[in-house]
Design a protein around this ligand. Structure first.
Ligand code: GP9
Ligand code: MN
Length: 631
C-alpha cells in the first residue's frame, strides 16, 4: 500500500501541471468520439472507401467542428465538474451514435426529432434491436474504461483541488475553441454539395456527419414547432369551419357515388409525365404513349388537369393527391410538417379496413417519406432496399420490374390501397439505358427532347405491362385505377426545345397552358372512355376518388370532378386557371383561356381573390395542424 502511495506521489511530482493529464483526457475523449462518428458513417455505408477520400475528410472535419463546439460549451459552463460532465457527454453521444446505427440499419436514416415524436416508428423497431446489434458495435463503449480510469487516477493523484480555471481564462479558451469548431463546420459547408440537403436528410449526414445532422434537425424542429405560431385561434377555427361548410356539395345524390365502394384502389403517380405527349405522334406516325392512349379510351380522362406543386416536386404531388391540401409556400411540406394530422386517402381507407401500401424504388429518406408516410396512412412502405435490382434504368430499378415486384408484394385477399410512384422517366432522361433504347425519335435523336420521348415511351410500356398484369390477376375490373403525372418534364430553361417540338412560339400564356399533366380514372364498370375538359388539378383527386368509393371528405380543399360544372385550378404560386381565363401571378395579367387575348383584370379580381382563399386556408391548416384540432 505504501509502495503504491509512493508511486502516485512520484508521478504527481513528475506530471506537472495537472492540466497535461487533463489534456490527455480530452484528447482521448474527442479522438474516441471522432472514431465512433466515423464508424457510424462507414457501418451504415453513408460514406465509403477510400476512407480518406475528399468527401470523408470534409465529413470528419465537420464532425470534429461539432465536437469542438460542444467542448467549448462544457469548458465555459463547468469548472470543478468539468471532467465528469465530459464523461457524461461522451456516454450520451456514444449511446446516441449507437441508437443511430441500429435505427439506420433498419430504416436507412439517422434518428430525427420527428421520428421520436412519432414514437410508433421507434416502437416497432424495438423487437429487432438485438438482431440489428453487431459485435463490432462494442466500439461505442471502448473508451469508457480508459476515461473512467484516468478520472480515478487524477482524483487519486490530485484529489479535488485540481486545476480550476478562472472564468476569464475559461471564457477565452471557450471562445477560441468555439471559433475553431465553427470554422471547421463552415469550411466543410462551403465545400460540399449543400443543394442536395432539401431532398434527403441522409445527404446532410453524409457530407456533414451525423452529429451535425442532429443539430440541423433539432434547429428545424424548434423553428417549426416553437418559433412559429402553431396555436389555432378560435377565429381561425371558425374560419376553417365556415370555409368547408360553404364548399360542401349539397347534392343528395351525387353522380357515380360509390361505384368503387369496397374495391381496391391503385394510384400510379408517373414521374415527369407531362400532358403534351398524350396522343402525340412522331413524324412517321408512331405514338409516344400508345398504352396510355389506349387506356384513355377505356377511362374517364381529364384533359385540363394542372399540376400544383411547390418546392417539393414529386413529394408535393403525392401530398396534393393524398391529402387534398396544398403544399406549403416555402420548402417541402414532407420535411416541415411530417407529424401533422391529415385526412388522407390512406387514413380514410384504413378506417374502412383497407391495407395501405406505398411503393417507390428509391431511398426511404428521400423527401422524408419514411417519416410522413406514417402520418398520411401508409402501413407498408416498400423502398429500394426491398426490391430485387433485376432491371436498371436511370436512378435505379426500372419501372417494369418496379410494377411487377410491387404487385407481388400486395396481399390481394383483402381490399387494399396501393400508391405507386414511378421513377424511370426522371429528369434529365439521358441515362445509359436510353442510349441504346429501341425507339427511334428521328430528328430528335441525341437531343433533350429525344431522351425525354424515349424515357416516357419506356414508362408507358411499363404501364402497359402493368395493366396486362392487373388483368391477368383479375384486378383490373375489380379496382379503381388512377394514373396521373407528378409535374412537368421540360423545365423553363429548356422551353425552346419544347416549343420547337410542338411547332409553337414561346409566350407566357401558351407556356402556362402547357403546365398540365395527364390524369385518367378507370373505375369498375366504366365502358367507353370519356374526356372531361373541366379545369382541374391534383388537389381534386381525393374528393373525386372518395366519392367513387362512397366515402365523405369533409376537409378536402379540392372538388369532386364528377359532380361540378365549375372548373378551376389554383397553383401554388397563386396563379389561377378557370374554364374561362388564366391569371398569371408573375405578370398579374389575365388571358382568355381559349384565345390567349388579354382581358381586363379588374373584371376578374373578386373571383381570383376568392379562389386564392384556398391557399390561405390550406396554409393555416398545415401550419397550425388544424385538422387535429377540429371537433
Ligand atoms: C425521388 C423521386 C424524384 O424519390 O421522387 O423526385 P423529384 O426530383 O422529381 O422531386
Ligand atoms: Mn418527380
Amino acid at each position: 500500500m505504501n509502495m503504491l502511495n509512493n508511486f502516485f506521489k512520484g508521478i504527481k511530482n513528475k506530471v506537472k501541471p495537472v492540466s497535461s493529464v487533463e489534456l490527455l483526457y480530452w484528447g482521448m475523449l474527442i479522438g474516441a468520439l471522432l472514431i465512433k462518428s466515423f464508424y457510424f458513417q462507414i457501418t451504415t455505408k453513408l460514406n465509403g472507401r477510400p476512407f480518406f477520400s475528399v468527401m470523408n475528410r470534409y465529413m470528419l472535419l465537420s464532425s470534429f467542428g461539432v465536437l469542438l463546439i460542444i467542448a467549448s460549451i462544457v469548458i465555459l459552463a463547468f469548472n470543478k465538474k468539468r471532467r465528469i460532465v465530459l464523461l457524461i457527454v461522451d456516454i450520451i453521444m456514444s449511446l446516441l451514435l449507437l441508437a443511430d446505427t441500429i435505427y439506420y440499419r433498419y430504416y436507412n436514416a439517422a434518428i430525427s426529432v420527428s421520428v421520436l415524436y412519432q414514437m410508433g416508428l421507434v416502437g416497432s423497431v424495438g423487437d429487432s434491436i438485438t438482431s440489428l446489434f453487431k459485435v463490432k458495435d462494442i466500439i461505442f463503449f471502448i473508451d469508457f474504461p480508459f476515461l473512467i480510469g484516468t478520472l480515478l487516477f487524477m482524483r487519486k493523484l490530485w484529489g479535488k483541488t485540481v486545476a480550476h480555471f478562472h472564468i476569464y481564462k475559461r471564457l477565452a479558451i471557450a471562445v477560441i475553441i468555439f471559433i475553431l469548431g465553427f470554422s471547421c463546420i463552415k469550411i466543410t459547408y462551403n465545400n460540399v454539395d449543400t443543394s442536395t440537403f432539401p431532398y434527403d436528410d441522409n445527404y446532410v449526414s453524409r457530407y456533414m456527419g451525423v452529429s451535425y445532422f442532429h443539430g440541423y434537425d433539432i434547429k428545424r424542429f424548434i423553428k417549426e414547432n416553437f418559433l412559429t405560431d402553431r396555436n389555432l385561434t378560435a377565429e381561425e377555427k371558425q374560419q376553417i369551419e365556415n370555409f368547408f361548410n360553404e364548399k360542401k356539395n349539397d347534392s343528395d345524390n351525387p353522380k357515380y357515388r360509390g361505384v368503387a365502394k369496397g374495391k381496391n384502389l391503385i394510384i400510379v403517380q408517373v414521374e415527369a409525365l407531362q400532358h403534351f405527349v398524350i396522343n402525340r405522334k412522331l413524324e412517321d406516325g408512331r405514338e409516344i404513349t400508345p398504352n396510355l392512349n389506349k387506356l384513355i379510351n377505356e377511362s374517364a380522362y381529364f384533359d385540363n388537369f394542372y399540376y400544383q406543386i411547390g418546392g417539393g416536386n414529386t413529394s408535393d404531388a403525392e401530398f396534393l393527391v393524398n391529402t387534398s391540401l396544398f403544399p406549403i409556400k416555402e420548402g417541402s411540406v414532407y420535411f416541415r410538417f411530417p407529424s401533422n394530422t391529415y385526412h388522407s386517402i390512406g387514413n380514410m381507407l384504413k378506417e374502412q379496413g383497407y391495407d395501405t401500401y406505398a411503393f417507390h424504388a428509391n431511398n426511404p429518406t428521400f423527401w422524408n417519406r419514411n417519416v410522413i408516410y406514417k402520418s398520411i396512412g401508409f402501413d407498408e412502405f416498400m423502398t429500394n432496399k426491398r426490391y430485387v435490382l433485376d432491371e436498371y434504368v436511370g436512378w435505379g430499378l426500372g419501372d417494369k420490374s418496379f410494377y411487377r415486384q410491387s404487385l407481388e408484394r400486395i396481399d390481394k385477399s383483402k381490399p387494399f390501397y396501393g400508391f405507386m410512384i414511378s421513377l424511370s422517366s426522371h429528369f434529365p432522361y439521358k441515362y445509359q439505358y436510353f442510349e441504346e433504347y429501341d425507339f427511334d425519335t428521328g430528328k430528335y435523336e441525341g437531343t433533350f427532347m429525344g431522351y425525354y420521348i424515349k424515357s416516357i415511351h419506356y414508362a408507358d410500356e411499363a404501364l402497359g405491362e402493368f395493366i396486362e398484369n392487373l388483368k391477368q390477376q383479375g384486378l383490373y375490373d375489380n379496382s379503381l385505377l388512377v394514373i396521373y403525372g407528378d409535374h412537368m418534364a421540360v423545365p423553363r430553361d429548356k422551353a425552346d426545345e419544347l416549343m420547337n417540338f410542338l411547332g409553337m412560339e414561346f409566350n407566357e400564356f401558351d407556356w402556362a397552358k402547357l403546365q398540365k399533366v395527364p390524369c385518367l380514372i378507370h373505375y369498375p364498370g366504366v365502358e367507353n372512355g370519356k374526356v372531361f375538359d373541366i379545369t382541374a388539378g391534383q388537389i381534386d383527386l381525393l374528393p373525386t376518388i372518395m366519392n367513387l368509393m362512397g366515402i365523405d371528405t369533409p376537409y378536402a380543399l379540392g372538388k369532386d370532378l364528377f359532380n361540378t360544372d365549375y372548373g378551376y385550378a389554383v397553383l401554388r404560386n397563386s396563379s389561377v386557371i378557370t374554364d374561362k381565363y388564366i391569371y398569371l401571378s408573375n405578370t398579374r395579367k389575365v388571358y382568355d383561356i381559349n384565345t390567349g387575348k388579354e382581358l381586363d383584370q379588374s373584371l376578374y379580381d373578386d373571383e381570383i381573390e376568392s379562389l386564392q382563399q384556398d391557399l390561405f386556408i390550406s396554409d393555416i391548416i398545415i401550419q397550425k395542424n388544424a385538422l387535429a384540432k377540429m371537433d
